[in-house]
Design a protein around this ligand. Structure first.
Ligand SMILES: *Cc1c(COP(=O)(O)O)cnc(C)c1O
Length: 363
């Protein structure tokens, strides 16, 4: 097997653990538990362990193979499947997960049968779509009816509660009003089944502002947090929240310089299309010093999602396997073999940690 040192993502596991603990502590006074969402970091077991050690009450992912890895590395917290299950994966859902999010009656019935077959009780959280328009019941009367059916008829399923997801497709904010709607649905269900639900799960990282602003509806008791722990960037960059109480440099991308030359900034010849079929705008800034890195879009997705740490270094373009930097104004004198560091965000961490030729190094 080829042994490469770069590109690499360095992960500070101590920072990760402290970030988990910080969010857990922040939510505790509100009676809210944290499900630690490991999919953003591709379920890397060393990272999953930090979620457990930092105080998460459940480990959560959208992908079963990551949940299996978390179990195999010895984490003994309940496992939560985030993506509403495919019919074709139900045997594995029951085998690996203690809890799953659900939104389809036919799937719930099949899940019940599979749980019976494996002689297990499986817990389900029914998802309400409150306007973000990804998963969840749109018709809330139907949702209440299905909850009652799960409670009374599906003997191998336990109705664990209700949940919602906001801000992923429809960009809808997790306002206190939206989460009040979820609590109202929960209380309708509780009225019909005559007991309190265990979980009212009021969303993901995008619900943390309700904690920060102290306007989280009282009965919300579970958040499923990934980005806000791994990177803690989005609430800062997109919503202007002060996240200085979190480590925002837990993940660092490092790539190696493979060429440094003075070149024109505007391509020379007849312009057609680039490696991805587009024709970007090329600004003519005259002859500039540029560096080429041994990393490309295959590894991180888009150049807009990686952020050079060096002052005066600008990412100006990339193809599959190359990244081009303008280093004319760089404070450092770069040469082949030098290493350039980047901060990353959610859109790049998911690619980088999934990419088999990007080394994962724990620091
Ligand atoms: C991905 C996901 C989360 C976690 O989202 P973050 O923004 O990373 O906190 C929570 N719930 C569901 C259903 C998800 O798919």
């Amino acid at each position: 097997m080829v042994k490469q040192i770069y590109p690499r993502v360095e992960i500070n596991l101590q920072y990760l653990k402290e970030n988990v603990a910080a969010v857990v502590e922040k939510c505790k006074p509100f009676g809210i538990d944290i499900a630690g969402v490991i999919k953003g970091t591709t379920g890397i077991p060393e990272c999953a362990k930090m979620f457990a050690e930092g105080g998460a009450k459940l480990i959560a992912s959208s992908r079963l193979e990551q949940i299996e890895d978390a179990i195999d590395c010895g984490i003994d917290l309940p496992m939560l499947l985030l993506r509403v299950p495919m019919l074709s994966e139900l045997p594995e859902v029951v085998r690996l997960c203690d809890v799953s999010l659900n939104s389809e009656v036919s799937v719930l019935k099949a899940l019940n049968e599979e749980a019976a077959k494996q002689n297990k009780m499986h817990k389900v959280i029914l998802m309400a779509d409150l306007g973000d328009l990804r998963e969840g019941f749109w018709d809330k009367d139907e949702m209440v009816d299905v909850a009652v059916m799960v409670e009374n008829e599906l003997k191998n399923l336990e109705l664990g509660g209700v949940g919602t997801n906001l801000g992923c497709y429809g960009s809808i904010e997790a306002t206190a009003d939206k989460l009040d709607e979820l609590v109202a649905i929960a209380e309708r269900i509780e009225g019909k089944i005559g007991r309190q639900l265990e979980y009212i799960s009021g969303g993901a990282t995008t619900s943390l502002p309700r904690i920060i602003n102290h306007d989280m509806p009282k009965r919300i008791n579970l958040l499923r947090v990934g980005e806000g722990i791994l990177l803690a960037r989005d609430l800062d960059v997109f919503y202007g929240y002060d996240m200085s109480w979190m480590h925002q440099d837990t993940y660092t991308l490092k790539a190696e310089v493979i060429e440094v030359k003075d070149k024109p900034s505007h391509p020379v010849g007849k312009i057609s299309i680039d490696a991805f079929g587009h024709t970007p705008e090329y600004v003519d800034r005259g002859i500039r010093k540029r560096a080429l890195l041994g990393i490309g879009k295959v590894d991180y997705g888009s150049i807009d999602e990686i952020f050079p740490k060096d002052k005066g270094v600008e990412v100006i373009g990339a193809s599959s396997d190359h990244t081009i930097l303008d280093i004319e104004d760089a404070e450092r004198d770069l040469k082949p073999g030098d290493i350039v560091s980047f901060g990353i965000n959610y859109a790049s961490i998911v690619y980088l940690t999934n990419c088999k030729n990007v080394q994962i190094v724990f620091v």
